[in-house]
Design a protein around this ligand. Structure first.
Ligand code: AMP
Length: 533
């Protein structure tokens, strides 16, 4: 009973129980790559031996700057399995921030995709502790970079033995490391223990969470560089599910093609990805042959999009909430037995909330004095979370990140009597108008239901009388539509009168950050004084 919970055990289980199950991977170069769990385990051990051969030890940190692909997956297992730490870096960070996190984490080796060679060039002279740069490619696709020797991954592991007994580690040791997006201040690292990853991955397999079994073919669009791709690369091996990795192509057309050709049944990603996919389906009058369920999170999934997935495309949406600090999914919405008989509209409304905490995680909301607020669906306060895969302190920081044992999320939420949590806003995005709060998420949700709206974002803009007023930015489905009044009239039927934005700006696109979220900080810079000009 006291056997430790280790990442290496997931790989061994997958290879021994589902050895012939497939991993399909779209690569930056060449056709789709396909191999089995058994081959994945073989090559992960070759990588582990190659890293040990460089003198790396348990506790050494190996960074990756990579897409979701099979070599990155080998690193997930080969690095953590030996007790080293897999530090997944977000390639969309500014080079200064990238260098900062590589140095802060003390990465000794960096594994990178060839498409990120320009980024590596930009940071290579600023990362003195990195001893080896390894391109996740064969020799012919490995670029040369001035001033450093770049290894090709294939030649690095080729002559290595696949004989290796994974060490029996303490399950509380760090297995993986990911930094927060750091929109304010420097990014902060969250070190995930083996125990946290195994428990979180087990949780993802549960029927009420993502329901992953060997019947599924799983396509994680959510990046392996961000919150462990919600632990799907682990959960799929635990459950024996076929794993399809999309590589660099995340546009609607490429995802649809992969979903159809590989008969994907289950996917997961941020709402902006699903908006792109739905636009592609609508424009080409397409439907899914096998897709039946998708996990969505990272930002709020508008109700109108949930309805479309559900009714038009027959895809069950599971709307989850989590953050870098929560390893993977912490809460998820789902339709249980009783709700199945509700009207479509009521069910979509329930799924548009962020759902119940999964077993292992507890949530509560508190007021500004830290007092717990009632679970009545009305009281709003800061969401606090604790559990077996929640951060306690940031990497290399002595200070606890917790307040009385709970992690303060910076999200404003309500929780109802059934435990269903709804994110109303980020503390920094909520709009304070005349002393009252307006939820930018709810306004965006309402705007997204308009037939001419492809994407919507709402920000609070300084206002001489009301302190702040909402401004709505819209990406239109067609440029011909330019009727602000129609949009505002549409909204006034759906939200309180004083919530209706003071203005609408039509834009060609919205700034989307490294993890697929609209960068409201950029919008605030650009439009922050529009009502006082
Ligand atoms: P990150 O650490 O970059 O993954 O960001 C975590 C933040 O994303 C959370 O604190 C929320 O503000 C936001 N977030 C994640 N999932 C959702 C969701 N389903 N609905 C609304 N906001 C979300």
């Amino acid at each position: 009973m006291a056997r430790p919970l280790l990442v290496s055990a997931i790989l061994e289980h997958g290879a021994l129980q589902f050895g012939s199950q497939q991993v399909i991977s779209r690569e930056t170069h060449g056709p789709l790559h396909s191999y089995t769990f058994k081959a994945l385990a073989h090559r992960s051990k070759q990588l582990a031996n190659a890293l040990l051969g460089l003198g790396l030890k348990p506790g050494s940190v190996v960074g990756s700057i990579a897409w979701n692909n099979y070599r990155h997956l080998e690193a997930y297992y080969g690095v953590s399995g030996t007790g080293m730490v897999m530090h997944t870096c977000n390639p969309r960070l500014h080079p200064d921030q990238l260098a900062y996190i590589i140095n802060h984490a003390e990465d000794e080796v960096i594994l990178f995709d060839s498409s990120f060679a320009p980024l590596v060039k930009a940071v290579v002279n600023h990362c003195p502790k990195v001893r080896h740069w390894i391109c996740l490619a064969d020799e012919s696709h490995t670029p040369s970079i001035e001033g450093v020797h770049v290894h090709s991954y294939e030649s690095f592991i080729r002559d290595q033995s696949a004989l290796l007994d994974w060490p029996d580690l303490d399950e509380n040791l760090g297995a993986a490391l990911c930094y927060t997006s750091g929109t304010t201040g420097n990014p902060k690292g969250v070190l995930y223990s083996h125990r946290a990853i195994v428990l979180s991955a087990l949780s993802a397999c549960l029927p009420n969470v993502l329901d992953i079994s060997s019947k599924e073919t799983v396509l994680p669009v959510v990046p392996m560089f961000h919150i462990n791709a919600w632990c799907l690369p682990y959960a799929s091996l635990m459950a024996g599910a076929k794993l399809v990795l999309p590589g660099p192509k995340l546009d609607g057309a490429s995802l649809y093609e992969l979903m159809e050709s590989e008969k994907v049944t289950l996917s997961a990603g941020v709402p902006t990805i699903w908006m792109g996919l739905v636009n592609h389906l609508e424009q080409h009058n397409l439907s899914f042959s096998t897709m039946r369920r998708t996990g969505v999170g990272g930002s709020a999934m508008p109700k109108a999009l949930i309805a479309k997935f559900n009714e038009v495309y027959k895809v069950d949406v599971r709307h989850g909430w989590g953050m870098t600090e929560t390893t993977a999914v912490a809460t998820i919405s789902n339709i249980g037995g009783e709700e199945a008989s509700w009207t479509d509209a009521l069910r979509h409304e329930l799924v548009a909330k962020q759902g119940k905490s999964v077993f292992g995680i507890e949530i509560k909301i508190v007021d500004e004095q830290g007092q717990t607020l009632p679970r009545d669906g009305q009281a709003q306060g800061e969401l606090m979370v604790r559990g077996q895969w929640i951060v306690e302190n940031y990497h290399n920081s002595e200070q606890t990140a917790l307040v009385d044992g709970w992690f303060p999320t910076g999200d404003i939420a309500t929780i109802d009597e059934d435990g269903v949590m709804q994110i109303r806003d980020r503390t920094k995005d909520v709009i304070k108008s005349g002393g009252e709060w307006i939820s930018s998420i709810e306004l965006e949700n309402a705007a997204a239901a308009h037939p001419h709206v492809a994407m919507a974002a709402v920000i609070g803009v300084k206002h001489p009388k009301w302190d702040e007023r909402p401004l709505l930015l819209i990406v239109r489905k067609s440029q011909d539509f330019a009727d602000k009044h129609a949009i505002l009239a549409f909204l006034s039927e759906r939200v309180a009168k004083w919530w209706v934005p003071d203005d609408v700006v039509f834009v060609d696109s919205l700034p989307v950050g490294g993890t697929g979220k609209v960068q409201k900080s950029e919008l605030r810079i650009q439009y922050g004084s529009i009502f006082s000009e």
